[in-house]
Design a protein around this ligand. Structure first.
Ligand code: ATP
Ligand code: MG
Length: 315
């Protein structure tokens, strides 16, 4: 706790007296930190975690875009507000972690609940606005232009080529009957990747992780948070999260008022859905094969993997 206090003092010149741990995600820790005037949300990426370098590599590229959007677009009040350090940096670090500070959002995460009609309307407006920006903004976007690469595919393919004896037996039991389907999916994903690389699609700023755990209701406002995935990508990178929702037609009606003549590119949609599915499967497999896990954690990962594998049957 004292360590959190000194981070705030040393890097942000903010004195705080209350620190309360928050429910973090799988990859980071989080704290609500407050003094009598204000509260903040501190995200901590521990250097001991393997995922940290990848997740923090682009902070200095995407946070300035958030700041720009807050100043220059209608997204002010509808997206998370990052705080800069006293040296006007977007993140800070010590030997233990990498830290990002945000204004604290008083409100509730939507999570498992369905969106209300009003929330659907607000989400539609947020995405419509976000997608009206591309590389025409005065901040560099080169670092996160979609290149349709799927970097984990070679590793996944190699792993699937191994046989029964190379897997812990319970993992083999789980995956072996899906290997053909997985290889099919890898193959089609590579084909789509190649085609999309060669096509000239309209690119826009995309959030790329649009689910209800990244939406908060604060007073009258719906707020979109967790911008680590910000990309310059075809709109399908976001629409893939919405097209199976009951409100998708309503979303499109609002979206098309601004993005007239927009039509979905089915190949981009299929690419993003397949990629997400395989990404999740690979992540669970990696945990089971390479991470040190407790027995209970392992059972949970096995269940998640089973669920994901069941889903590929539906493709
Ligand atoms: N600025 C904020 N103020 C208050 N609560 C927040 C704020 N940002 C995030 N939260 C809460 O913390 C949860 C996790 O935050 P966020 O989505 O940014 O990270 P994450 O999904 O844990 O990311 P990762 O997967 O990188 O660990 C959110 O679902 C939300 O409930
Ligand atoms: Mg999140």
């Amino acid at each position: 706790m004292n360590q959190v206090k000194s981070i705030l003092k040393d890097f942000y010149d903010i004195e705080i007296n209350v620190v309360s741990p928050q429910q973090g995600g799988w990859a980071s820790l989080a704290y609500k930190v407050s003094n009598k005037n204000q509260s903040y949300f501190l995200k901590v990426y521990e250097k001991s975690r393997a995922s940290t370098p990848k997740l923090t590599a682009l902070i200095d590229q995407y946070v300035p875009i958030l700041v720009w959007l807050i100043k220059n677009s209608n997204l002010k009040g509808k997206i998370s507000v990052p705080m800069m350090t006293s040296e006007r940096k977007y993140k800070c670090e010590d030997e233990y972690g990498i830290y990002l500070l945000y204004e604290y959002i008083e409100g509730e995460t939507i999570g498992d609940r369905d969106l209300t009609e009003n929330q659907v309307y607000q989400l539609s407006k947020i995405i419509t606005e976000l997608h009206s920006y591309s590389d025409n903004i005065p901040i560099g976007t080169d670092a996160f232009i979609e290149d349709f690469e799927v970097p984990f595919l070679p590793m996944l393919r190699q792993t699937l080529q191994k046989g029964r004896n190379d897997f812990p037996s319970e993992v083999w039991e789980l995956i072996h009957s899906y290997i053909l389907q997985l290889n099919d999916l890898i193959y089609t994903l590579e084909e789509h990747s190649q085609n999309l690389k060669n096509s000239k699609l309209r690119m826009a700023l995309c959030h790329t992780d649009l689910h209800n755990w990244n939406l908060m209701q604060s007073g009258q406002e719906l707020i979109l948070i967790d911008w680590e995935g910000l990309k310059l990508a075809p709109p399908e990178a976001d629409l893939m999260f919405l097209d199976d929702k009951p409100y998708f037609n309503e979303f499109l009606r609002i979206y098309r008022k601004t993005h007239q003549n927009f039509s979905i590119n089915p190949e981009a949609m299929t690419f993003y859905k397949g990629k997400r599915r395989l990404e999740d499967i690979w992540e669970f497999m990696e945990q089971l094969l390479y991470d040190k896990q407790g027995e209970q954690e392992r059972v949970i990962t096995m269940n998640y993997l089973q669920e994901e594998l069941n889903e590929i049957n539906k493709w």
